[in-house]
Design a protein around this ligand. Structure first.
Ligand code: AMP
Length: 603
């Protein structure tokens, strides 16, 4: 076995990939080959066998898919490439990745095949003559034995996550499949670890393979505090936004994988009020230097970068490194977080880790010889506390540093003319300044808080009535009533989600509050029935709001809200009609905020 000494210096264009594959890679926004890709692509293109020790997240799918796809003959309607994966999820994921890399290859078909799916469906799909099959070993073997999968034209076989296949007891099936394939086929075996049985398979079935080992250097970084957030149940962007709210940072660098992601994320952060810029290899030298210079001078707080673009970056101000996408290898991680803690300062490193990337996390801990501690995301209360603290600090600073005499005159004449309490005036001013960034933040729908921040369901109401406040304490109380009468000053609305959709009162409140901008305290009683629910909302709903609410989605269903009471008594078909304008003035959208009952949130 020979070891490749190649370093990741060649670009994708220089590696000799087929034109349609290269085009797909460029469109995916991959800037440079990851280390495993830089080492695997050439030998695989040359038809060599390969033994790669690498984990998920290193870019190993593209490492084998790009060169092996480049060698396919799409005119030949027979399986030419077979990928064996330990789980159905991985098989699907790999098939999807392959499809995306082959999207410009005319006449190309890839088929995932796994246990649990109907044989009939799979037989039908096999008749479409896919050139690439990705499957779990058991089911693949079934098809081989039934004669429904012909491997006579097979050019390459990939064993993905071989140690997992061993752990799950598939190694015998894998060997049987290997024996069923033509002797001259090319084999690529990837495994995170190399236990004995995998090594034996490798030495028995691989011919003089190129051996690739994504090494992990060990490093110590005492000045950097490292934390990770387990990506679960919340969008990464929302998690990042919460972190940005509470972390005290001077300047931050956020690492993502693709050039496209640098611009997308920088734009989203900019829209959320953070001065951000992308930093990627597509930007010309002048553009990159400008961004770096702006950050050095404090004109820019966040750079969203790819590994390549941030190489060697030395900005003292960088107090935080966020690994929004996990790096391919421990060396990249070490390099990334080394952008903080410069010049003897302290630094913070935060890593987003999805469950499938846990192994990389352990490898990083080992390489840095430092524990990476699990971090909890800040709760809504943490964010509110933080905003209030920042606000009061700003107040003190303004009082200390600004000449306020002109403003004092205005307020003092206002208080005299209106006989107003200065505290109340200050409170009104506070209300005005916090409108775009409320001191009591409302969580956006995609920012679903962790369970513990949500109102407790089972706490008891001490009042006899079932009011909105009551529901806030015990969201399901309303739901248990079978008869629904609207509360005072409220209309009842029917919405087309119910128990059968798994909906709970809190989902309805959250969606209506967030999507339609209605204050949650203005949402009244909710009754959840099997197929629909009834919710009370303040009388006089503006037409545009009504239209907006019809389109809101809860538990994968549109609300399709319709008036259920009040106007029914006037004999109107509430299913079809829009809320009408009665003798009572119906509130126009722009007046909504003035009505005591129905307030549009300013966020
Ligand atoms: P894998 O290790 O194959 O599971 O890949 C992990 C992730 O890295 C996938 O989301 C790929 O789309 C992405 N990826 C693979 N290669 C590159 C590359 N050269 N540049 C940027 N992202 C990549």
């Amino acid at each position: 076995m020979s070891t490749s000494e190649q370093t990741p210096t060649l670009s994708f264009a220089e590696l000799g990939l087929a034109a349609p594959v290269l085009q797909a890679v460029n469109e995916a926004g991959y800037e440079t080959p990851s280390p495993i890709q830089a080492q695997s692509i050439k030998p695989l293109l040359e038809g060599r066998d390969l033994l790669g020790q690498a984990q998920t997240g290193t870019g190993k799918t593209a490492a084998f898919a790009l060169p092996l796809l480049s060698r396919l003959d799409t005119k030949l309607k027979m399986p030419q490439m077979l990928v064996l994966a330990p789980t159905r999820e991985l098989a699907i994921q790999v098939a999807e990745a392959i499809q995306s890399y082959a999207k410009h290859m005319k006449g190309f078909h890839v088929l995932p095949i796994y246990g649990g799916q109907s044989m009939g469906i799979q037989l039908g799909q096999l008749k479409r003559n896919p050139q690439v099959i990705v499957g779990t070993p058991g089911r693949i073997l079934d098809h081989i034995r039934r004669g429904t999968l012909q491997l006579g034209e097979l050019k390459s076989l990939v064993l993905d996550e071989a140690d997992e296949m061993l752990r799950m007891g598939f190694i015998d099936d894998v060997e049987t499949i290997l024996k069923e394939t033509p002797a001259e086929r090319q084999v690529a075996l990837f495994s995170a670890t190399m236990p004995g049985p995998i090594h034996r398979v490798a030495s028995r079935y691989l011919k003089d393979p190129v051996e690739i080992h994504i090494k992990s250097k060990t490093t110590t970084m005492e000045t950097i505090n490292q934390r990770y957030w387990q990506v679960t149940g919340m969008h990464k962007l929302d998690a990042l936004t919460r972190i940005l709210e509470v972390e005290t940072f001077d300047a931050m660098i956020i690492f993502v994988r693709t050039k496209n992601a640098t611009t997308e994320l920088a734009e989203k952060l900019e829209a959320r009020g953070y001065s951000s810029s992308p930093l990627n290899g597509d930007m010309n030298q002048a553009g990159r230097e400008k961004a770096i210079d702006r950050m050095k001078r404090g004109k820019l707080d966040i750079l969203v970068a790819t590994d390549v673009a941030a190489r060697g970056l030395d900005i003292e101000r960088i107090s935080h490194v966020v690994n929004y996408d996990i790096p391919y290898d421990t060396e990249s991680y070490v390099h990334r977080i080394g952008r903080t803690g410069r010049a003897g300062r302290k630094g913070e490193a935060i890593l987003f880790v999805s469950p499938r990337e846990k192994r990389m996390l352990f490898a990083i801990e080992k390489a840095t010889r430092q524990p990476i501690t699990l971090m909890n995301l800040p709760s809504t209360e943490d964010i509110a506390d933080r905003r209030v603290t920042q606000f009061t600090q700003q107040l003190s600073e303004t009082i200390e540093s600004q000449d306020l005499s002109f403003f004092e005159t205005i307020i003092s004449s206002y208080t005299q003319e209106h006989n107003a309490d200065p505290i109340e005036v200050a409170a009104a001013l506070t209300y005005l300044v916090q409108k775009t960034r409320p001191l009591k933040p409302v969580i956006h729908k995609t920012e679903r808080p962790a369970r513990e921040d949500r109102p407790q369901r089972d706490s008891r109401s001490e009042r006899g009535s079932e009011t909105r406040q009551d529901r806030e304490r015990s969201p399901r109380r309303g739901a248990q009533r079978s008869e629904h009468k609207p509360e005072q000053d409220m209309d009842s609305f029917r919405i087309e989600v119910g128990k059968n959709d798994g909906v709970e009162a809190k989902n309805i409140v959250g969606a209506i509050a967030n999507e339609a901008g209605i204050d949650s305290k203005d949402i009244g009683r909710i009754t959840i029935n099997e197929t629909h629910s009834i919710v009370d909302l303040p009388k006089g709903m503006p037409r545009d709001l009504y239209q907006q609410l019809r389109k809101v989605w809860v538990n994968n269903k549109q609300l399709n809200i319709t008036l259920a009471t009040g106007d029914i008594e006037h004999g109107t078909d509430t299913r079809e009609r829009k809320p009408r304008r009665t003798g009572k003035a119906r509130t126009r959208p722009r007046d909504a905020a003035r009505r005591p009952g129905l307030k549009r949130k300013s966020v």
